[in-house]
Design a protein around this ligand. Structure first.
Ligand code: GLC
Length: 741
């Protein structure tokens, strides 16, 4: 294609984009110019739908409400929309929001599980299916993806996160945005994404939800803000502020975050919504005197839409008249909101098609959910190659999670039907009818402390060739406001595992949970361990496909598993400190009685639990073995902007085909601030047949090495760098390169 033609195409493209933007802005400005102050403030007001009422209808008709959340009946949604569009003075459509976090009807693994797949493609597909199902019933906007970096398994909402690493969360968060929104919000199956909770919510002190965070500027920029920046650049339409105060400033009143970072630096042009009543919660924070001051602080800080607490509707008219909040602030907020409604096509197509066939639970969607559950499962142990199991053997299926259709869906599931869940027991009955098994739940639910049926479980194991024990957490034990100080297997599940193992039979432990649990003391009683972060609708079929070897586990840990809850926070990309502990750090029993004060252990570790986790970030086994060799760099040094190619050979030296998540880690050895001992900079799922080897290639530039340093500018700093390539964050294959001035 000749240059002239390409130039014409490029110019045409720019004109089209500008024309579209101008048309959009012109339409918005024209509408804005016709709106009264009350109608503008109405757009900034979101209510929770709590059933139809004359009061609600009246307020919509008066233009006092711009959005509703939790309307899921398309007929009712259309009725309310009709009032807004055909009976209000200006006919501005409502935008209807819902928490569609990891599926609407077809439920995918919880986001922490999807993160274990290290697969942006399947994560995008899951969001695409969720959007299609949700939009079909008139939902225009989801409050996802949640991009809070989570380093604390005590926090219930780690379940909803994409784990501890900012690079992984950035890649997968952008994939979710794309899946929800497609390339254009005008797509009739698109829903607006909402990146949350802006920002730092996952760093709550003590892992307690809603708690204060103390994230200093370097850490804020280099860890907590990164996934949000990536998602905004991927086109996320909306942002939700977080409940926490950071260093004393609640996010809903944080002008620096909402204006300087989000608008001025990142050029975000969508709208910002509060999290539930986070605006008026600034009173409890001690940051606002009353609702009126909370409304003043939040609107001036750049928070465009208030979820449910009603302070904007009540006080903004007065605040504007008193000059405490300018017309400009109001107009900007309303412009952001109208822009997303416009892009969603709500002015042209405000109604759900209630006659269309259901988009839910399509065969292809269920198949994708099963594949996501397969790729999200992590094989943590497989002694003596117990797995995969022989289908011809007799299996004892034991435990409270073996047939728990509600629990396996995980947290943040409002619209699915548990009857559609295929549990491990249901999957055995429908997919593997030839398998001989005995089922003894032994416990009614994960917290059950009644051991009276343990003897039945024991008997079932004794009469079988192998016992598969399904343990874990009910879904309600993780999620919002469900934090735990003790993250052992809850109740008497560990006792049940020991009881089954005492029969001497081989034991497979299958865990379904919303967080990493402290399972070190359980490991001796299981020959194999398959870990599933609540796997969703198709968890049962996925687990048996893995246990019987129809699929080979490929999941990798998106979060560190600690040995003891007292080690938290413990994560792979930590700073080295001035006294890093040696691998064999002094332990409690090494210390002589009456040891001198300067006893052993003058390094950063625990005398009782050392410095290492139980399982590191990025860890996960396979039924085969992958061997890494021949790590090569395209050059020993690069300059600013110059690409560096990193190659390594990965060989499948086992006798079954498998997929490995090849991971690339980099360490900036010396910086203007202390830098992490290593950071994930790339990953790739590589499928290898038995005996096959491939050269896996990554490319880095100085931009990938950039960080926010002492001078508070994001840039790469010259110096030496270490590079590792391997199957987890302890990868040994290492080399170095230099970034030169
Ligand atoms: C909740 C959550 C938020 C959710 C919102 C609407 O409190 O913090 O993640 O999207 O309210 O349900």
């Amino acid at each position: 294609m000749n240059i002239k033609y390409l130039s014409i195409l490029f110019i045409a493209g720019v004109i089209t984009a500008c024309t579209h933007k101008n048309t959009e802005d012109t339409a918005i400005d024209q509408l804005l110019s016709r709106m009264t102050l009350e109608e503008k403030i109405g757009q900034m007001n979101q209510l929770n739908y709590e059933g139809n009422s004359q009061e609600l209808d009246k307020r919509i008709k008066a233009g006092e409400i711009g959005s509703l959340l939790n309307v899921v009946d398309p007929v009712e949604g259309n009725r309310l929309q009709k009032i807004a569009v055909e009976e209000s003075r200006l006919g501005i459509p409502l935008i209807i929001g819902r928490d569609v976090i990891h599926g609407f009807k077809t439920i995918f693994p919880i986001p922490l599980g999807q993160a274990a797949s290290f697969n942006p493609q399947i994560v995008e597909k899951g969001a695409r299916i969720a959007a299609t199902e949700a939009r079909s019933v008139g939902i225009h906007w989801t409050f996802a993806p949640m991009l809070d970096i989570s380093r604390d398994a005590r926090w219930g909402r780690i379940a909803e996160s994409l784990g501890e690493d900012p690079y992984l969360a950035s890649v997968l968060g952008a994939a979710m945005v794309k899946g929800f929104q497609t390339d254009s919000l005008s797509n009739p199956t698109a829903i607006a994404a909402c990146v949350k909770h802006f920002v730092g919510y996952g760093a709550g002190e003590g892992g307690r939800d809603y708690n204060s965070t103390n994230i200093p500027p370097h850490l804020m920029r280099n860890v907590y803000l990164r996934p949000f920046e990536s998602a905004i650049h991927a086109g996320a339409a909306t942002v939700m502020t977080s409940f926490n105060d950071n260093d004393g400033v609640p996010s809903s009143g944080n002008t620096y975050l909402l204006r300087n970072v989000l608008r001025d630096e990142w050029k975000f042009d969508g709208f910002v919504v509060s999290d539930w009543a986070s605006i008026t919660e600034m009173i409890a924070h001690g940051f606002a005197q009353d609702d009126k001051q909370a409304a003043e602080i939040a609107s001036n800080a750049g928070l465009d839409m208030e979820m449910v607490s009603g302070a904007y509707a009540k006080y903004l008219p007065e605040l504007v008249r008193d000059g405490k909040v300018s017309d400009k602030v109001i107009d900007e907020a309303v412009r952001h909101i109208l822009r997303i409604k416009y892009r969603l096509g709500l002015f042209d197509h405000p109604y759900a098609d209630t006659q269309a066939p259901s988009a839910s639970y399509a065969e292809e969607s269920l198949a994708t959910a099963k594949e996501a559950a397969i790729q999200s499962a992590i094989l943590l142990k497989n002694a003596n190659h117990l797995l995969p199991l022989n289908k011809n053997g007799k299996i004892a299926v034991i435990g409270p999670m073996a047939d728990a259709p509600h629990e396996q869906l995980g947290t943040w599931v409002f619209d699915s039907e548990k009857e559609r869940s295929l549990t491990p027991i249901k999957a055995l009955q429908t997919m593997y009818p030839e398998v001989k098994y005995r089922y003894e739940p032994a416990l009614a639910y994960s917290r059950d402390s009644n051991k009276s049926a343990f003897s039945k479980a024991r008997a079932a194991a004794q009469q079988s060739d192998v016992a598969v024990v399904f343990l874990g957490e009910e879904s309600i034990l993780s999620g919002e406001a469900h934090c735990l100080a003790n993250i052992d297997l809850v109740g008497v599940q560990s006792d049940l595992l020991r009881e089954v193992k005492s029969t001497g039979k081989p034991v497979v432990l299958v865990i379904m949970a919303g967080r990493p649990l402290t399972i070190e003391k359980d490991l001796p009683y299981a020959d194999a361990v398959l870990y599933n972060f609540h796997p969703g609708t198709m968890g049962g079929p996925a687990i048996w496909d893995l246990l019987f070897g129809n699929a080979n586990p490929s999941g990798k840990l998106p979060v560190t598993f600690v040995r003891h809850v007292g080690q938290i926070p413990l994560y792979y990309n930590h700073n080295n400190t001035g006294r890093p502990a040696p691998d064999r750090a002094a332990s409690l029993n090494d210390i002589p009685v009456e040891a001198e004060q300067t006893s052993l252990g003058n390094t950063s570790h625990y005398l009782d639990y050392g410095k290492n986790p139980l399982f590191p970030f990025g860890y996960g086994l396979s039924y085969t073995t992958f061997e890494y060799s021949n790590l090569q760099l395209s050059a020993p040094s690069i300059q600013e902007g110059e690409p560096l190619t990193i190659q390594a050979t990965v060989a499948n030296i086992g006798n079954v085909d498998g997929t490995e998540v090849v991971q690339l880690y980099v360490q900036d050895v010396v910086g203007s601030i202390a830098r992490p001992v290593k950071e994930l900079k790339g990953f790739s799922r590589v499928s290898l047949k038995a005996g096959e080897a491939k050269v896996v290639e990554f490319t880095l530039t100085s931009d990938d090495l950039a960080f926010w340093g002492r001078d508070r500018v994001r840039k790469a700093e010259p110096g030496d760098f270490n590079v590792w390539v391997g199957g987890d964050s302890n990868a040994p294959l290492k080399t170095t390169f230099t970034l030169v001035e």
